[in-house]
Design a protein around this ligand. Structure first.
Ligand code: 13P
Length: 251
């Protein structure tokens, strides 16, 4: 039985004062919740704030990107070890907002995935299709290609203990979430694909859904067999809504 997991992706939102309120509300509301793990992925400058406010609580914290290199002359980049210095345990890899805006290739994303893993961070690998790809019926092919880059380079066993987040691009920030059936079908496809190579890794793998999750639609989404929780954008910036989503994961 995989424990449910809800991860906040704050994206490029917040400031010291707002974060303080949000983190305080989250610790107050969420600390007593059983049977759900909660992680907050903050912008780099606020890792120290997350560390000081979340240490000794049940909530973990992480980042939204990392460098594909371990260290060196890479101006503006942030390494896995730097994230670990601030107690981060998780890191989002290959979010479509980055992949599109900063031209991150599947190969680049695969390298970052391994960089996180080898430094003891839990990668949260984002995959998903555009609306055009879904309407053309090629969504499984698109997601398979994203996974294949990692599988062909490092083997499917690397997925053991990691997280994949299925985030259809058409559902991110649009208010139009995938239906529970659409999401379940893709999640099962992802798990089956990993299981073709490594049954144990597939059964341990947490597969989250991301894209316009709210406290209402979370109930049905999280009730599906292969949906192990959510990666939450907008609603993670509101303590009450985020709590509602975490409550849905507990049910
Ligand atoms: P929204 O929940 O705002 O749609 O964002 C989803 C997302 O991109 C999570 O990574």
């Amino acid at each position: 039985m995989r424990q449910k997991l809800v991860i906040a992706n704050w994206k490029m939102h917040g400031n010291l004062a707002l974060n303080k309120q949000l983190l305080a509300a989250c610790t107050e509301k969420l600390s007593s919740l059983k049977n759900v793990d909660v992680v907050v992925c903050v912008p780099y400058p606020y890792l120290a704030q997350a560390q000081s406010m979340l240490q000794n609580t049940s909530i973990a914290w992480g980042a939204q990107n990392l460098s594909k290199d371990s260290d060196g002359p890479f101006t503006g980049e942030v390494s896995a070890n730097m994230l670990k210095d601030f107690g981060a345990t998780h890191v989002i890899i290959g979010h479509s907002e980055r992949a599109t805006a900063y031209c991150e290739s599947d190969e680049n994303i695969a390298t970052k995935f391994m960089q996180a893993k080898t430094h003891g961070l839990i990668p949260i690998l984002c995959v998903g299709e555009t609306l055009i790809e879904r309407e053309a019926g090629v969504m499984q092919m698109v997601v398979a290609k994203q996974l294949d880059t990692i599988i062909n380079t490092y083997g499917a066993s690397v997925f053991a203990g990691t997280i994949i987040s299925y985030e259809p691009i058409w559902a991110i920030g649009t208010g139009l979430a995938a239906s529970a059936e659409q999401a379940q079908s893709m999640h099962k496809f992802i798990r089956d694909k990993v299981a073709e190579y490594d049954q144990t890794a597939a059964s341990q793998l947490k597969i989250l859904y991301g894209g316009s999750v709210n406290p209402q639609n979370a109930v049905q989404l999280f009730s599906m067999q292969d949906i192990d929780g959510g990666l939450i954008g907008k609603c993670s910036l509101n303590a009450q809504e985020f709590e509602g989503i975490c409550q849905a994961a507990v049910r």
